[in-house]
Ligand binder design. Structure first.
Ligand SMILES: [Zn+2]
Length: 97
């Protein structure tokens, strides 16, 4: 049945594929898995920029509790604005990639 490669293996996601080597991974999985897999769980945050003092998780909690409808970056900006009222010396480190 294997007329290409050295054999056929089965991917749970993509079905059967031909192996070039005994430990070949599914080529479709490799295509879908560019560098940096595992990142990207924070959806809707543009360009992956994160503010170190205001983690996206905090923002998501606020959104889930319906305390804000702002985007992450707008929310951070307003949090910092309020913080500066109390802490005028606070140095905003800015968004970081
Ligand atoms: Zn696959």
């Amino acid at each position: 049945m294997a007329d290409k490669g050295i054999g056929v293996n089965r991917c749970a996601t993509h079905g059967e594929y031909y192996m070039d080597a005994a430990d070949s991974e599914c080529p479709a999985c490799q295509d879908e898995d560019p560098a940096g897999a595992g990142e990207g769980s924070e959806e809707n945050i543009s360009h992956g920029s994160v503010h170190p003092d205001y983690p996206p998780l905090d923002w998501r909690n606020e959104v889930m509790q319906d305390n804000t409808r702002r985007s992450y970056q707008d929310w951070v900006a307003s949090e910092i604005e309020q913080r500066l009222d109390d802490e005028p010396d606070y140095k905003d480190p800015g968004f970081q990639d």
